[in-house]
Design a protein around this ligand. Structure first.
Ligand code: NAD
Length: 317
């Protein structure tokens, strides 16, 4: 019987699929220092992780019988993929499964930003008529998303899912990417109706200069893609959302742009220092925060679990 260790958890749907095919699933969290020993003692064939478990050279060297590493989600930055593959271990991820969930979180942050919800949630008075009236004044200058322009940096799976939602809300969309000069998006509605929408790629500087809000959807980068200079190109009063990876956006430059009122707000799901973001980020009233939960919805977790299971079945059977 083949043994699968799901070290960062797996949805029940995935366990059911695997057990039906005769795999033994250990859905348990083993600490990093004990992981190699656990894998060898329990004769684990496939290790399934999300972003928490680090699979580095040391672990790979210590587990010569490991055959497969599966990453639930998109980024493979916590796995030394090249090294694993050089040792004959297959590595896969589930890139499609969380796109819709991440795109919806972009709009959660955007709507927080334009209506100050993150800040009003923190400040609602327990009592006091005058305080309520004062807050009502502070939070009454919101704007609508409809009719505004959303700039999307990185037009892959999540960037495109975000673009479709923006179009459905009546927003204009600009995008930039290394690839895809022109893209046709198909918007699907609940009744089966579809609409095709063609968009032309722009340069990064033009996306930044002409968007009311900018949303980042590129993979991890070697240097900041959006630093002081790029933030300076953005429209005064604009907002920026990062659900991609910490390090894509320079947080020091971001705080400066918010403090000098060049930007109105930011929404962050990812941070340069995870899991302990800088205090200046955590305490900033203009930043809507979430703890890297872009793909953490019931539906995305179910899709991830099933996709992980199907890949294990296809590759190990
Ligand atoms: P994807 O590979 O489908 O798309 C990324 C796009 O970015 C590609 O089209 C690529 O050409 C483009 N790109 C790369 N570098 C660029 C650059 N310097 N300038 C312009 N374009 C560039 O990836 P995806 O599935 O859409 O994921 C996007 C990001 O979201 C990744 O960083 C991923 O790790 C992150 N993510 C976050 C969560 C979360 O929980 N917050 C969940 C899933 C994915």
């Amino acid at each position: 019987m083949k043994v699968i260790l799901a070290n960062d958890g797996i949805a029940q749907e995935g366990i059911v699929l695997l057990e039906k095919e005769g795999f033994q699933v250990q859905n348990t969290r083993v600490a990093e220092e004990q992981l190699a020993n656990y894998i060898n003692t329990n004769k684990v064939d496939a290790l399934l992780v999300r972003s928490a478990t680090r699979v580095d050279k040391k672990l790979i060297d210590a587990c010569p019988d490991l055959k497969l590493i599966g990453r639930g989600g998109v980024g493979l930055d916590n796995i030394d993929v090249k090294y694993a593959e050089s040792k004959g271990i297959k590595v896969f991820n589930t890139p499609e499964a969380s796109s819709e969930s991440v795109a919806e979180l972009v709009f959660a942050h955007l709507l927080n930003g334009v209506r100050f919800l993150h800040d009003s949630n923190r400040n609602m008075p327990l009592d006091g008529d005058s305080q309520f009236k004062q807050l009502k004044k502070s939070y009454s200058a919101g704007v609508e998303l409809k009719g505004k322009t959303l700039g999307i940096v990185g037009f892959g799976r999540i960037g495109q899912a975000t673009a479709k939602m923006a179009l459905a809300l009546g927003m204009e969309v600009l995008y930039t990417d290394h690839h895809a000069d022109e893209t046709t998006l198909t918007l699907s509605f609940y009744n089966g109706q579809t609409i095709d929408f063609s968009l032309q790629k722009s340069e990064l500087k033009d996306v930044l200069a002409n968007s009311d809000f900018v949303s980042l959807h590129v993979p991890s980068q070697d240097t900041y893609l959006i630093g002081k200079k790029e933030l300076g190109l953005m429209k005064p009063g604009a907002g920026i959302i990062n659900t991609s990876r910490g390090g894509v956006l320079d947080e020091v430059a971001l705080v400066e742009a918010l403090e000098n009122n060049h930007l109105a707000f930011a929404g962050l799901d990812v941070f340069e220092s995870e899991p302990t973001p800088e205090i200046k980020i955590l305490m900033n009233p203009k930043i809507s925060l979430s703890p890297h939960i872009g793909g953490s919805t019931l539906e995305a977790q179910q899709r991830i679990g099933k996709e992980l299971a199907q890949n294990v079945i296809d590759l190990l059977k």
